[in-house]
Design a protein around this ligand. Structure first.
Ligand code: ADP
Ligand code: MG
Length: 396
């Protein structure tokens, strides 16, 4: 069964529970990046234009019970500014009188419930909580791709209960674009992976071995792969318990005739401050050298592997891009993908830190699609069916 979208649904005077992911970075009450809020506007406007009462459900951070530092109030203010409409904020939907107050609002209306994770039942799926929450609406819509890999009340148990359930425009867009990466993708197909933790990337690498022609591995990740090939990587970040897994990836790549490219050289230094910084071949590391970025030769090799591709996926920075003297690899690879986007390749980027890098380096408009999901995108590309998406597919 296919996922149902919201385009042709009758929302006239309906109360809609809309799960969004407004888990945005906030510092001193200021929102640093409002992309996740902006991306839900099409769904919100659609529902309001069709005269619905919309109840927004979101989490923010990982609070253990009530914690005012994780309040959604700054998000409410930002959304109010963007949508130019008053939002009725509910700090605790279990309080007396809330239902009556919501009922008294005329259609259409926009309501926001406080951080769903202030309720410990959100994680546990406790049934009286599901019952209570579900009584606030007749229709459920999920527009929160970035949290769809979590099996929680507002992503899973709530739509399990409300059979009238749909995917919002943002969720639909994510599924549509990411599916193209693992359903008959156009070749040549390059997957560029970087970042820090091998264990979080292995399942994606393993699954995309089934589709990609070339996998480029950069970032701190590459040192565990290189060590598994007996290179001496000095003091660079290595996950020793992942070495056997890396060997398995090479074996599988051989069987599937997928080309795995590792950096040939690095920008190395003795520490993050750049003490003793130089470009070094991968077979010439001193014991106290740390690789912080891919080197100039690697950039050239990776560029030529990317050029001419029809499908390109990028997750994870090529180096410690937060520090200016280690950001060149990430910048050059990003620019090369941007060029291929202009040459009609289908290009996708995603990942929490990758998005930060993309913003910092001014590459926001360089891709066919930028996913709003970090962990959710990785799980999707690992071939796992996300619980929040799966439940929308089931017959009501
Ligand atoms: P994403 O969130 O996009 O999936 P990750 O969380 O896997 O990315 O990793 C991003 C982090 O990896 C960044 O903070 C970056 O500085 C770090 N990183 C990448 N390469 C290196 C390196 N060679 N040495 C140290 N840190 C690195
Ligand atoms: Mg990350």
């Amino acid at each position: 069964m296919k996922i149902r979208g919201i385009k042709n649904v009758d929302f006239e005077k309906k109360d809609v529970l809309l799960r969004v992911d407004y888990n945005v970075p906030i510092e001193n009450g200021k929102i640093l990046d409002n992309r996740r809020i902006v991306e839900t506007l099409p769904t919100l406007n659609h529902l309001l234009e069709r005269n619905a009462k919309v109840i927004l459900l979101s989490h923010l951070g990982r609070p253990k019970g009530y914690d005012k530092n994780f309040s959604l109030l700054p998000v409410k203010d930002e959304l109010q500014r963007l949508i130019k409409r008053e939002i009725f904020f509910v700090d605790d939907f279990k309080k007396e009188g809330v239902r009556e107050k919501i009922r008294s609002l005329p259609y259409p209306a926009l309501i926001m419930f406080e951080n769903v994770r202030f309720n410990k039942e959100e994680k546990e799926g406790e049934s009286s909580y599901v019952e209570k929450l579900s009584s606030f609406g007749q229709i459920y819509v999920n527009d929160a791709f970035a949290v769809s890999h979590r099996k929680e009340v507002t992503t899973f148990h709530l739509p399990e209960k409300i059979k009238d359930r749909y995917a919002g425009f943002l969720l639909f867009k994510e599924i549509e674009n990411l599916s193209k990466l693992c359903e008959n993708p156009q070749k040549p197909y390059v997957f560029i992976v970087g970042g820090a933790k091998v264990s979080t990337k292995l399942p994606v690498i393993e699954n995309l071995l089934n589709y990609a022609s070339t996998i480029i591995i950069g970032g701190a990740l590459s040192f565990t792969f290189l060590k598994s090939q007996r290179f001496n990587v000095g003091n660079s970040i290595v996950e020793d318990d992942m070495i056997d897994e890396c060997k398995k990836i090479f074996k599988k790549a051989n069987e599937k005739l997928v080309n795995i490219l590792l950096p040939l050289d690095f920008v190395v230094a003795k520490d993050k401050n750049g003490q003793g910084i130089r470009n070094e071949r991968r077979d010439n590391f001193s014991p106290d050298d740390i690789g912080f970025d891919i080197g100039s030769l690697s950039i050239e090799i990776f560029k030529s592997a990317i050029k001419g591709s029809k499908t390109i996926v990028w997750n994870g920075p090529m180096g410690l891009f937060e520090i200016p003297h280690f950001q060149n690899g990430t910048l050059q690879i990003g620019k090369t993908i941007a060029e291929e986007t202009r040459n009609d390749a289908f290009t996708v980027a995603g990942g929490g830190d990758s998005l930060l890098a993309i913003d910092k380096l001014g590459l926001e408009d360089s891709f066919s699609f930028i996913s709003t999901g970090g962990g959710a995108m990785l799980e999707f590309l690992s071939g796992i069916e996300l619980p929040g998406i799966k439940i929308l597919k089931e017959e009501g």
